[in-house]
Design a protein around this ligand. Structure first.
Ligand code: G1P
Length: 291
């Protein structure tokens, strides 16, 4: 079955980036010249997923404005003859057919996904977490959709992480592999380094079957009162099966300050207009003067 809908949970509070995210949604932080959420939405579009559903919450209006037509701005750019910038701005609102759903309380990723149940119906769908920016020749989700055609289970993007970092992720245990596709037989959300079953972490891209909704309705909140998707996914291990796909590409944790800085430097260096001048500037820096 073809994946036609992509869900973007974007109601989180962005506490790792305070105070920058006090009034600005973290999804709108700019990586070089585009907000983070545009990168992930572009990945869905490049993977040929036609319908976009963004789960927002209070204080997230800037996201809706970003993907809307900006009439005054377009008129001004037109009058000033800034045609290139005008077409860039227009392309953003033309890019997607989008629905917004409000998650009234930030009760976890599983809860965010439950909010879109009525818009998905009885079909598999994709989930993108905006903190994970993946730079790859073939869009990560496209790679996963090809894997899904082979296994027809739930498919999660996975990547090896440093052992000391396992407690920041959902960690999977795999029992058999076919190239980059691994069959998962257990998973645990944010384990301690001592109890983690491996260092294979779930990265923010998922293909989920509609059966996940009934499961999440019954999934108990964790000690922080959040419904964890990872705990729901465990119920799918036997039927239809859960698979981890070790994608090809470089992933940046843009929800973390250091990860965001790394992404900024690398995306700026790759940028056609800025890259050469930025590279030159970096080469003039004397790093020995910093601690
Ligand atoms: C979420 C998931 C976690 C996953 C991570 C990937 O955690 O719950 O399983 O490994 O995204 O970025 P969060 O980072 O939202 O706490």
């Amino acid at each position: 079955m073809k994946i036609k809908k992509a869900v973007f949970p974007a109601a989180g509070l962005g506490t790792r980036f305070l105070p920058a995210t006090k009034a600005l949604p973290k999804e709108m932080l700019a990586l070089v010249d585009k907000p983070l959420i545009q990168y992930v939405v572009e990945e869905a579009v490049a993977s040929d997923i036609p319908h976009i559903i963004i789960v927002t919450g209070r204080g997230k209006n800037a996201i809706e404005d970003h993907f809307d037509v900006s009439y005054e701005l377009e008129k001004t750019l037109e009058k000033r003859g800034k045609t290139q910038m005008l077409s860039k701005v227009r392309a953003i609102s033309d890019m997607i057919d989008v629905c917004y759903v409000r998650q009234k309380e930030a009760l976890g990723l599983g809860h965010a996904i439950l909010q879109v149940r009525h818009l998905i119906g009885d079909e598999p769908f994709a989930v993108f977490l905006g903190d994970d920016i993946i730079d790859s020749a073939v869009p990560c989700m496209k790679q996963m959709m090809d894997a899904y055609d082979r296994c027809h289970g739930a498919v999660l993007a996975i990547q090896e992480v440093e052992h000391r970092d396992v407690s920041s992720y959902g960690i999977v245990k795999v029992n058999s592999s076919d190239g980059r596709l691994h069959h998962i037989d257990d998973m645990v959300e944010k384990p301690s380094a001592a109890s983690a079953p491996s260092n294979l972490a779930i990265i923010g891209r998922y293909i989920l079957p509609p059966a996940i909704f009934d499961i999440l309705e019954k999934t108990q909140p964790d000690i922080n009162g959040e419904i964890q998707l990872t705990n729901g996914l465990k119920q799918l291990l036997r039927e239809p099966g859960v698979y981890g796909y070790q994608f090809e590409g470089k992933r940046f944790d843009a929800g973390d300050k250091l990860g965001f800085l790394k992404a900024t430097v690398e995306f700026a260096l790759k940028n056609q207009d800025l890259g050469p001048a930025f590279k030159k500037y970096l080469s003039t820096l004397d790093l020995s003067i910093y601690q």
